[in-house]
Design a binder for this molecule. Structure first.
Ligand code: ADP
Ligand code: MG
Length: 603
């Protein structure tokens, strides 16, 4: 008896503060959220020593009168919710009334604020949660909160703070996230007396994104809108060629609140499956707008995570939406002649074989007659004739009745085949330059998607081999083959065990030609058994499909193709979901713009 005591208020406050305020970044987050909730259009943040010695947030929001200012420093004092009922449908960033008292409990704290109702503002100064001084203060409408010596009375926590650089990094990331969600509000951040960034107020997300995000993103962002009755998603996703080695380029928001949502992270990654190299992460700025009653924001002490009603359904529609946007708006990476990729310019076409040339789709299906030996650029008349023949739909109107420029896919579709370079690259003239297709990578993409497509339908159509093939393997290889038998047979391989590590193959998937079955299978088994496949052991259909696609030899590098073969390859590529990257994430197509050429020739 008598062992259990109710803790003194001072200790309770410190414990509570420990949950809400973990580091300088949490202070900045709470203060900036308060400023945003107060309707500020201008927020400046001043930091010293990574926020450890000073954090000052100044806003021009609605401010408070004296009574409210004093109340705001009590735990669970908030103007944002009044009853349990209000807990569902929270629209403000704050709602618990915990932040100010928690910050005040672990720092030397000053708040100066004035609202429209009073002539003179109020200044309250406190230390370790005790109010030391209350006085009048002159200031325009708005609020300044100053937090000095964070955790001075909580040495354990102070000891565990990271380096200034890391704390700054956290703060800047967090302010960036909040600023992206509030483009109309201007943000300014000073770091040890130096202006680190200044984002003037702007009208839309796109402008704010380009203030906040790296320059190279600007050209690489694809707008995304998904409209459903119950919810909407809008924002941007990055083209697959702009990726990061972490998820630092991913910004998710639910009703303007920056959040981490695992299911969205997965949805995003999944949408890019087979377009990114191992270990690379796409970039995205995505906003979910949903009735607040369908969101529980009260599941995380820092309000970093939220729970959403019907998350699974949103996730799968999101995947479809992102894939479609990537398909329609994706484009090949540009060749930068002043950069390091100059090799591509030496156009040296082997002359031993007639070069096929012509357009596809564009003018019925007709071809310009092949040119016998030497490669010529088509004469001007030829080019203009093709241009005139382009249908009016070449430039389409979008919903707002504006002319939209053709997508990279459309450009490719209307392109003119020039021929092959080094029996490996296909050259296509397009409206604004030259596209170069890596025929092997393109073929990998096509086969990969055809495999996945047939697998998604249950099984792949398979064709009987006239003469069954025999495969003799060693012990390890035959173990691998046995393991993958179910996947391979779903793909359309007919494989029978003969004992003694020997197998007969009597059927092939329709995406493979009879003469490539043996080598493809053998290479697949060898790759997997040697652990040579990229990433961990082949576990999924997807990975198996990737390897089979890579091993299938029907079109390899160093193979001369006829015009008809080139045309078929490109038609199949255009139909692919992600035509511009191979399943390992390498580009299938790159583009040299006429503008780039002109610049190089100093025109
Ligand atoms: P919460 O944001 O969860 O309500 P806080 O402790 O962060 O709790 O703030 C308590 C109250 O103080 C808020 O509800 C708000 O009324 C007031 N407040 C805090 N910061 C500001 C500010 N910058 N401008 C105007 N009012 C503020
Ligand atoms: Mg708050």
């Amino acid at each position: 008896m008598g062992k259990i005591k109710v803790l003194p208020e001072e200790v309770v406050a410190k414990i509570a503060a420990g949950e809400v305020i973990e580091r300088p970044g949490s202070v900045v987050k709470e203060l900036v959220e308060n400023s945003l909730d107060a309707g500020a259009t201008m927020i400046s943040i001043l930091l010293r020593n990574g926020g450890k010695s000073l954090i000052r947030v100044v806003d021009n929001g609605e401010g408070m009168d004296r009574e409210d200012t004093a109340n705001a420093l009590f735990r669970y004092a908030t103007s944002k919710i009044g009853s349990l009922k209000d807990m569902s449908g929270i629209k403000s960033l704050g709602f618990r009334g915990e932040a100010l008292p928690s910050i005040a409990a672990v720092s030397r704290f000053t708040i100066i604020t004035k609202d429209a109702s009073i002539h003179l503002g109020t200044e309250i100064r406190g230390e370790a949660g005790r109010i030391e001084e209350v006085k009048d203060s002159e200031r325009p409408i708005g609020t300044t909160v100053e937090v000095r010596d964070l955790f001075f009375n909580l040495p354990v926590r102070r000891k565990f703070l990271k380096s200034e650089r890391i704390e700054y990094g956290e703060i800047i990331d967090m302010v960036n996230r909040l600023s992206i969600a509030h483009p109309q509000t201007a943000f300014r951040l000073y770091r040890d007396g130096v202006l680190a960034f200044d984002y003037p107020s702007c009208s839309d997300l796109k402008d704010r994104t380009s203030q906040v995000c790296p320059r190279e993103w600007r050209e690489a962002l694809i707008p995304l809108t998904i409209e459903q009755e119950e919810w909407q998603i809008n924002g941007f996703i990055g083209k697959p060629e702009i990726t990061r080695n972490s998820r630092s380029g991913q910004f998710f928001f639910v009703n303007q609140r920056p959040v981490k949502i695992l299911s969205f992270t997965f949805a995003l990654q999944h949408s890019f499956d087979g377009t990114l190299p191992q270990g690379r992460f796409p970039i995205a700025v995505l906003f979910l707008h949903i009735n607040p009653v369908n969101v529980d924001v009260n599941i995380h002490p820092h309000k970093r995570e939220v729970r959403i009603f019907n998350e699974g359904a949103i996730q799968s529609i999101m995947v479809k939406g992102i894939r479609e946007a990537l398909r329609v708006k994706g484009s090949p990476p540009l060749i930068n002649l002043s950069g390091t990729k100059e090799k591509v310019v030496s156009v040296n076409i082997p002359a031993q074989r007639p070069l096929a040339q012509g357009t596809f789709y564009g003018r019925g299906e007709e071809m310009v007659p092949p040119i016998p030996t030497v490669y010529h650029l088509p004469r001007q008349e030829t080019v203009s004739t093709i241009a005139e023949d382009r249908p009016a739909s070449f430039r389409r109107l979008n919903d707002q009745n504006e002319v939209t420029p053709p997508s990279a896919l459309e450009k490719l579709r209307w392109g003119r085949i020039y021929g092959q370079l080094k029996s490996s690259y296909i050259l296509i003239e397009v409206e604004d330059g030259l596209m170069v297709i890596d025929q092997h990578a393109a073929h990998e993409r096509i086969v990969y998607e055809e495999i996945l497509h047939s697998l998604s339908k249950g099984s792949s159509p398979s064709q009987t081999l006239l003469v069954p093939l025999l495969l003799h393997l060693d012990g390890r290889e035959s173990a691998v083959l046995e393991e993958y038998l179910p996947i391979l047979s779903k793909m359309g391989f007919g494989i029978n065990e003969l004992g003694n590590n020997s197998f007969s193959i009597d059927a092939r998937p329709s995406f493979l030609k009879a003469e490539e079955v043996f080598e493809t299978l053998r290479d697949f088994i060898q790759d997997v058994s040697m652990g040579r496949s990229r990433g961990p052991l082949v576990e999924t259909f997807d990975e198996a499909a990737r390897i089979i696609a890579c091993k299938s030899r029907s079109i390899k590098a160093k193979e001369e193709l006829t015009f008809v073969e080139i045309k078929e390859l490109i038609q199949r590529l255009i139909r692919a979901n992600q035509p511009f990257t191979c399943p390992h994430g390498r580009p299938t197509v790159i583009k040299l713009t006429t503008r780039e050429l002109e610049a190089k020739f100093l025109r």
